[in-house]
Design a protein. Structure first.
Length: 697
């Protein structure tokens, strides 16, 4: 197995690299999850685990072997039908096209073999950047690539993944070009084009037994046009993608631009770097948070745990919920109640609103004890990056900035640790190593990898426990379902270490994440459900304030059916429809309302009015991505069954399903049971022989 960090080969079955000590893993190239050696398919997403996944090297290793020609095709991920794609399925994806600008002129007059030694490493860097963020290579040409994000396996953040990959791709090409120039060669530059939208996908069997995955639609054509108009070294994207990534990235408008094949100019944007936002909650806060409702019980439980922790009885509180229900928002609001808290981490505070106004439930019982808050969140593409959330947390604690060099990072870590307690000096080498800072005569490089890992985790734990002696400490780890193994090991270590410390450990995750803390006496789990009807109405009343006009409800009902203009009518029926369609999931409700404003269906002129008739409520792309990422991880037969149930409607009888699908009763019962366990459907025995979808979207 080849090490993904240094590129060295290692005997099969080894857990750590013999050269650099990095963990070895049979990682999935699609989702980044670790799998046992010898497994052929990923246990998380179902993608094929080919030998190439384990053997793939990094861009650094490819640059050290530029004179050795490579076969680009060997780095293209095979698509396996087991990844639950139905032929002819409609999907929302982000398409990426990239090419080497001026490659034809570059190769003119050069021997083909020599040209290959120049271009192939560049293509390999492009492919590595795409695969690092879970993209799928549809096609690799002589001087460029066509990739998809969000298919074959859906990811709820596929637009962000595409832009992260594009930035990584451009940086890798710039470094490679600098090396070419230093060696007396010609520089290379790349252009990238990106677009998000719907495609129809199909699978094609090739003559050599492989299965190719091909998207069809205007979305990919427009992404190709974006690449064609992108200036060298830049990333061009459409308005469709901009709406989904704004805030996560820095964007520069190029204004209305004429595109070949389009009758009218369209707005085009360039990506100039990373933006200030990282999470969905931060983005929501930037545009103004909605009213926080319906979580009194959970807030009381968190408050009780905080009181215990302040008294020296460390507590762990885990919040479990489906995506969009409000795990992060709950923590955000709870922090607001802990008055005077010092937040250290990726927490985002809106500049135009106070927490008191945004949080009607917060502030009345603010705690006088000042907390230090250390926060970290996992990301969906982060399983392949060791210590990623830990580094985020520690960087905030040590006040390390993105542009700090190794010397500055070392100074910040040294000053913070010795200022805390000089007895922690022996922990410094392990903290330095997390940032790749090597000491002279570094003994860690020769240390047995498992011992080094254990001592590194111990060093982090000691710093955290010592800090809690100065003031109560609130540790927040978000989205543990995406956590990497090293960060998971640290969380496990802290769970056992904080029982007698002034530490409140808050974590959240989705159903399906497993841990072994349930038996701890200082552990509490909160299950967060969608809002009840009354709370959902209260939230929508705050989102869509309008005077009640009972005489207009009938007119609006006709508008919802497409029978009237709806102009000036009351929004009661629309709110009722939104609640029904979203089952009270706050994120889905917010995004649906935002989408109606963007489409001009709703207008705000002092009060909110319905400007257009509504024949149907379209599911926003952001919500589609969240739902698709869950559905695509079903087995193909179960996914097809779920789509059949969606056609049958909100309520269905198993006997009807059996007649439609022609499945044996035992097989159908097992599949329905699995969908129920996954919370895709709910059974309602009181209604008789019927089940109900848990989400009607």
């Amino acid at each position: 197995m080849r090490c993904s960090k240094c590129g060295s080969g290692n005997p099969a079955g080894k857990k750590f690299c013999g050269d650099c000590g990095a963990p070895l893993a049979n990682r999935c190239s699609q989702c980044g999850a670790e799998n046992l050696p010898g497994k052929r398919f990923c246990g998380d997403c179902g993608a094929a685990l080919t030998p190439r996944d384990a053997a793939e090297s990094t861009p650094d290793s490819s640059r050290s072997k530029l004179k050795s020609p490579i076969t680009v095709e060997q780095h293209v991920t095979d698509f396996s039908p087991s990844t639950s794609t139905i032929d002819g399925e409609r999907k929302t994806v982000t398409a990426l096209f990239a090419d080497i600008k001026g490659s034809t002129e570059l190769m003119e007059g050069i021997d083909p073999e020599e040209a290959r030694t120049i271009v192939d490493p560049a293509l390999k860097l492009m492919i590595e950047a795409v695969r690092h963020y879970g993209g799928y290579i549809v096609q690799s040409t002589g001087d460029g690539i066509f990739a998809l994000f969000g298919a074959p396996v859906a990811h709820e953040d596929h637009p962000q993944r595409a832009l992260y990959a594009a930035l990584r791709l451009q940086e890798a090409i710039r470094r490679y070009s600098s090396k070419l120039v230093a060696d007396g060669g010609t520089p290379l530059e790349a252009r990238v084009g990106i677009n998000t939208g719907e495609v129809v996908v199909r699978t094609l069997a090739t003559t050599d037994g492989r299965t190719e995955y091909t998207p069809i639609g205007h979305t990919t054509n427009l992404a190709s046009r974006m690449q064609a108009i992108a200036s060298t070294g830049s990333i061009a994207l459409t308005e469709h993608t901009r709406r989904l990534v704004e805030g996560y990235f820095q964007l520069k408008s190029r204004g209305p631009t004429r595109i070949k094949g389009l009758a009218e100019p369209i707005n085009v944007y360039e990506v100039t770097g990373l933006g200030p936002l990282r999470t969905r909650l931060q983005r929501a806060a930037a545009r103004g948070l909605t009213k926080f409702v319906g979580r009194q019980r959970e807030m009381e439980a968190l408050k009780h745990a905080a009181e215990q922790a302040q008294a020296g009885h460390g507590q762990i509180v885990a919040v479990m919920a489906d995506p969009g229900v409000g795990k992060s928002r709950l923590f955000y609001e709870f922090k607001a109640t802990e008055g005077g808290a010092e937040t250290v981490g990726p927490a985002f505070q809106p500049v135009n609103d106070s927490l008191q106004r945004l949080s009607p439930m917060a502030g009345g019982d603010a705690c006088p004890t000042k907390w230090m808050m250390l926060e970290a969140c996992s990301v969906s593409h982060g399983k392949a990056s060791a210590y990623l959330p830990v580094l985020e947390l520690l960087s905030a604690y040590f006040e390390i900035r993105r542009d700090d060099d190794d010397r500055k990072r070392r100074e910040r870590i040294l000053g913070k640790v010795l200022g805390l307690d000089r007895s922690l000096e022996d922990a410094l080498p392990y903290l330095y190593s997390l940032y790749g800072i090597a000491e002279s005569g570094d003994s860690l490089a020769q240390m047995e990898p498992q011992l080094r890992r254990r001592r590194t985790l111990e060093a982090i734990k000691r710093v955290i426990l010592r800090e809690s002696l100065n003031q109560p400490l609130m540790l927040i780890f978000e989205d543990l379902h995406w956590i990497d193994s090293e960060t998971q090991a640290l969380v496990n270590l802290l769970v056992d270490a904080i029982a007698n410390a002034r530490i409140l450990l808050l974590v959240n995750y989705r159903p399906g994440y497993r841990h072994e803390w349930g038996s701890r006496t200082h552990y509490t789990q909160l299950r967060l459900d969608p809002l009840g009807h009354e709370s959902a109405e209260e939230m929508l009343d705050a989102l869509l304030p309008t005077p009640m006009a009972p005489s207009d409800i009938l007119a609006l009902s006709r508008s919802v059916a497409g029978e009237g203009t709806g102009e000036g009518t009351d929004l009661t029926a629309l709110k009722r429809l939104i609640i029904e369609r979203t089952d009270g999931t706050p994120f889905f409700m917010e995004e649906m309302v935002q989408s109606l404003f963007e489409e001009g269906v709703l207008q705000r002129n002092g009060s909110v009015t319905l400007a257009k008739p509504i024949s149907a409520i379209k599911v926003p792309a952001s919500v589609q991505a969240v739902l698709a990422s869950r559905i695509d991880r079903l087995a193909p037969a179960e996914k097809e069954l779920l789509q059949t149930l969606a056609v049958l409607g909100r309520e269905f009888a198993p006997t009807l399903v059996q007649r439609v699908t022609f499945k044996a009763s035992d097989e159908l019962e097992q599949m329905l049971s699995h969908l129920q366990l996954g919370e895709f459907i709910n059974e309602q025995p009181a209604v008789g022989d019927s089940n109900t979808h848990s989400s009607t979207l």
